[in-house]
Design a protein around this ligand. Sequence first.
Ligand code: AMP
Ligand code: MG
Length: 398
Amino acid sequence: MLDTAEAKQRILSAVDDLPSESVPLEMANGRTLRQTVLAERDQPPFDRVTMDGIALSYDHYETLVRSFPIQGTQMAGDPPLTLENGKCIEIMTGAVLPEGSDLIIPVEQVTVANAAAHVQANYQVERRQFVHARGSDHRQGAELLEVGTRIRPAHVAILASAGLDTVEVASRPLVTIVSTGNELVPAGQPIEAQQIRLSNGPALMAMLLEHGYYRCRHEHLPDDKETLKARIGQHLDESDVLVLSGGVSKGKADYVPEVLAELGVTVEFHRIRQRPGKPMWFGTGSRGQAVFALPGNPVSTLVCCRQYVIPALEKMSGASPSPQAFANLTEDVSFAPQLTCFLPVRIVTSAAGQSLAMPAPTNTSGDFAALGRTDGYVELALEQDLFPTGTTVPLTLW
Ligand code: AMP
Ligand code: MG
């Protein structure tokens, strides 16, 4: 049996990189960048005025003159005027600093009468005040975004500023989710006393969507070997990733590992030294498809998806790994079974700004209603049995 770190490592090294594709800028949010983005021009691209007011000459102002005939008006987007001797130019925020001018006086300090601007006698100035100098943020050609960036709205602004109307990103994998189990009945359909609501399929879909993997679909299959083989075989042909839930333990109807083997999926491992989710199975198809078979207990399914499937999809997309988060336990926890424990927690922030993890233990790995009060889970190391209050532990948010 593998421990959790080995299992993750095996998965990450088994999965293939997805191809790149080009998408319109408006569709780039949430995708993983596959190109380097360089500055199209200096930023700002010209000496940019940052106040509405007047533009004039600093040296002229220092001669104590306080009235300046208005030569003209320059708006944002206008080509720069050239300042004439002794005059001023009305100027707007975002305009280019006029040629020959090196001083901006804000409109609040100015009164206009008889086609001239008048400034109060004691208004103190600095040369080039309210001028955002050309190239002071970055130079043309500077690297603004690197390969692997997960594109968020601020990155979209940067992409647009670099003049890119299409962006190279990782293509989206087609992920097929399969729920197995004769006892499962989807919401909306009549249910009998001996049956169970099918919840893993919708939950797995939701988790994939939440992490930006929109190309996913779900099918419910019975515990019937021939049906499983036919349907999983077809999904394997069509998909990049398969996420199966249920049927991987040691029960008589747990056909999934057997069916996957018959379909030519190479097993990378079966079982991880962890709770919940010990029976998890992982393998690869002949085209390199990643096949995750998660135990059906709802808490196990969600933890295994968040812990292994999502990082695998991120690796396939080439996303730069997010830094590990940590939190401090708010109470003593003991866990002795020589397994890594993924303990669901609620996160609160202390007055000192620390993340505190309040354990929300589930009764069993089937008690998923308890998850409604959680934000994620912490990882309690296998080698340790006692985790006193205040212990700092790795945290994963759902
Ligand atoms: P299995 O891994 O197939 O042995 O299932 C373990 C437990 O999880 C059983 O009690 C199942 O009824 C339950 N279970 C399996 N799949 C689902 C599902 N999709 N939604 C809700 N419960 C499930
Ligand atoms: Mg089952």
